[in-house]
Design a protein around this ligand. Structure first.
Ligand code: GTP
Ligand code: MG
Ligand code: ZN
Length: 297
């Protein structure tokens, strides 16, 4: 839910180079952050609701209001809608990255919406079918561009929505379709400048449909190094189709990875759970286990 800005309070639209751009009821103020945040290890994020004060002739972020949620990657707070953008090619879908992101969303009780791009170049029916079967909304942009834009516009109304996904999947391109006035830089332009990937450099919020849409820098699969801790005992609950079967497991503490008689493995064998999803579940489970061990040793 959006919160109303005041004369001395508002939302961080962007943070870059130590400055925060806060949209108040009247204008956008360029602010420093109070030194205390750094001492406390707190970084103001795009999407944060903050109070602004004056200090030394400039503005400072003086207080960060309690967050509904926040993500480390992309760094953003108070997200209502999470659009996970996946392209059929360049880059081709990385199912582990997709499942990591759906898990991080589920952990925050957000149902991600999967936006599939570049199906004019190559179909991505497996991705569309797989995530639709699980119950996620999947929007194939190139199947019907206008319908996709209208549907996403509807979801975004009066809320804060973020577009996230690997570098080059077409986040900025799709946001330009949603809102042509944005004229966001996309890769074609930066190639002329001789730059390759990572066209979008910072998280930035834009006004859209009485709410905000956020463009974010793309990540690569290697970026996720222990920066988001997932509790292994909760992992199954972040895979809707796995948790559905996990409830039938007789063992307390069943990891649903190898146990004989595990209901999840039974469902997997019966084809009720997709092998790639279970494989990624096992991968993330092992990862959580390794992190736990490293922590207690
Ligand atoms: N054919 C085709 N090309 C697309 C589509 N979506 C994006 N592209 C192209 O893919 C390239 C990358 O698009 P961007 O919008 O810059 O990707 P991004 O996700 O914002 O990338 P970063 O900012 O680096 O994270 C551009 O050359 C786009 O024109 C699509 O649906 N079809
Ligand atoms: Mg971009
Ligand atoms: Zn089990």
């Amino acid at each position: 839910m959006l919160r109303e800005p005041g004369a001395n309070s508002g939302i961080i639209m962007k943070g870059i180079g130590g400055f925060y751009y806060v949209k108040t009821a009247e204008s956008v103020l360029e602010c420093n952050a109070k030194g205390i945040f750094r001492l406390q290890g707190i970084t103001p994020l795009a999407g944060d609701y903050v109070d602004v004060g004056e200090s030394g002739g400039g503005y400072v972020v003086s207080h960060i209001h309690e967050r509904n949620n926040s993500f480390k990657r992309p760094p953003i707070a108070n997200v209502d809608n999470f659009f996970l953008v996946v392209s059929s090619v360049e880059p081709s879908p990385n199912m582990l990255v997709i499942d990591r992101m759906t898990v991080l969303c589920e952990q925050r009780k957000i149902k991600p919406v999967i936006v599939v791009t570049k199906t004019d170049l190559k179909a991505a029916q497996e991705v569309v079918d797989l995530y639709s079967r699980i119950g996620y909304e999947v929007i194939d942009v190139m199947k019907d561009e206008q319908a996709a834009v209208e549907r996403v516009r509807d979801i975004c109304r009066r809320s804060l929505s973020v577009f996230s996904g690997n570098s080059g999947v077409g986040k900025s391109t799709f946001m330009n379709k949603l809102c042509p006035e944005l004229s966001l830089a996309t890769r074609e332009i930066s190639q002329k400048l001789g730059r390759g990937k990572h066209t979008t450099r910072a998280v930035e919020l834009y006004d859209f449909e009485e709410g905000y849409i956020a463009d974010t820098p793309g990540f690569s699969a290697l970026d996720f190094e222990r920066d988001e801790k997932i509790d292994k005992s909760e992992l199954a609950s972040y895979f809707p189709e796995i948790s559905e079967h996990a409830e039938g497991c007789f063992f307390t503490g069943c990891s649903h990875t190898v146990e004989k008689g595990c209901k999840v493995l039974e469902a997997l064998n019966e084809g009720l759970i997709d092998p790639s999803r279970h494989q990624n579940y096992c991968y993330l489970y092992d990862e959580a286990l390794r992190i736990d061990k490293a922590r207690y040793n």
